[in-house]
Design a protein around this ligand. Structure first.
Ligand code: FAD
Length: 332
């Protein structure tokens, strides 16, 4: 493998409701810094249908170039079609670094692409840097329950690939007059050759803000006593326009679905504000929320470990305190 052939920093740009997903804009911001340090170009890779306007947005958020695969076959995300497009692009244009958001789509695509390329993938990173002279990507992530930061290197192969957690990097301000190159790519894919078919998209009927993208999370634990007590969490979240999080014990008890679970075996979140209500603060929970901007804990036990992690703590019965807080926010 000749490293000289591999140039540029790339970001897989995920689409969400007709616009680039917030994590993709964050990665364009992070990618810009890496590309500038390495004195190379930053490119976005856009795969979808009718994505011309999105390509312009990618340039406005810092990319020098955007590779576009625009075809009805990419209308819905499917591992097979997106993987084929990404592999085609990588083989043709050879990036030195390729970043994906650590979303369900990004994680799925990155791991599929990694199985087909002779390279590795660093998952769930929270810090990125690059060696100016060698181009070696320094991809760091918490390890051993968040007790150390591990920096993972891919010394022998290119491209160097990583998934990056949402909300840890900063997007650049939009430059509406930005210029850059849109490179149209195509691949002769036929629907008959694709094994997976999307028959129907059924939108979730529950009104919920995704916890990995929320600025405010109200999370509840076993201390709320049961599904009826857990309603105080929903009401506070609704008053604040926040997402609802939960401990594993609550999810296992069936009070709420798994995609609300925060922690080692759930999602890692970094909102601006995190309420931990009736949550003891077990290490497996804390590793998933400890980097939140402001942590407010409500627990009736003054010795609960969560008080070691929070910025503000209220010792009291959540079933009394939380409705009072909700009232206060609603009348503020
Ligand atoms: P508890 O530990 O039972 O705590 C309840 C708290 O509520 C107590 O502190 C109590 O004082 C307080 N309380 C009681 N009544 C009230 C009241 N009326 N008002 C206010 N406070 C009250 N856990 C996760 O959350 N996420 C994970 O991803 C995760 N992954 C795990 C992976 C592994 C391999 C293992 C072994 C465990 C994992 N766990 C995870 C489980 C974790 O160890 C804890 O068991 C769990 O987080 C405890 O949930 P809890 O805080 O809701 O319940």
């Amino acid at each position: 493998m000749n490293f000289e052939d591999y140039r540029g920093v790339w970001v897989f740009v995920e689409e969400k409701d007709g616009a680039p997903a917030p994590v993709s804009l964050e990665l364009l911001g992070a990618g810009r810094k890496l590309a500038d340090k390495r004195k190379t170009e930053l490119a976005g890779v856009l795969i979808g249908e009718n994505n011309g306007a999105l390509a312009k947005t990618v340039l406005e958020y810092g990319a020098d170039k955007v590779y576009v695969y625009d075809d009805p076959i990419y209308r819905f995300y499917r591992t097979e079609t997106y993987m084929k497009a990404m592999l085609d692009c990588v083989e043709k244009h050879k990036p030195e670094i390729l970043l994906y958001g650590a979303t369900s789509t990004g994680k799925d695509l990155a791991s599929a692409v990694a199985t087909d390329l002779p390279t590795g993938l660093t998952a769930d990173t929270t810090q990125l840097d690059v060696e100016e002279d060698t181009g070696l990507l320094l991809a760091s992530r918490p390890a051993f329950g968040g007790n150390i930061m591990a920096t993972i290197l891919c010394k022998k192969y290119r491209p160097q690939m990583a998934t990056v957690r949402p909300k840890v990097m900063k997007a650049l301000p939009r430059q509406e007059a930005a210029s850059g190159e849109v490179v149209k790519e195509s691949l002769p894919l036929r629907e008959d050759d694709i094994r997976t078919k999307v028959l129907e998209i059924v939108r979730s009927t529950t009104r919920h803000v995704r916890i990995d993208e929320a600025d405010v999370i109200v999370a509840g634990g076993k201390g709320l006593g049961g599904p009826a007590g857990f309603q105080v969490v929903h009401r506070l979240a609704e008053a604040l326009g926040a997402a609802v999080g939960a401990s594993r014990d609550v999810v296992e008890a069936g009070w709420i679905e798994h995609h609300h679970q925060v922690g080692q075996t759930g999602l890692t979140v970094t909102p601006k504000v995190y309420f931990a209500i009736g949550i003891s603060g077990a290490i497996q929970h804390v590793v998933g929320m400890q980097n939140s901007g402001l942590i407010i804990a409500i627990n009736k036990d003054p010795a609960a470990p969560i008080f070691q992690t929070c910025h503000y703590g209220i010792v009291g019965d959540a079933l009394t305190v939380v409705p009072m807080l909700t009232e206060a926010f609603l009348s503020a």
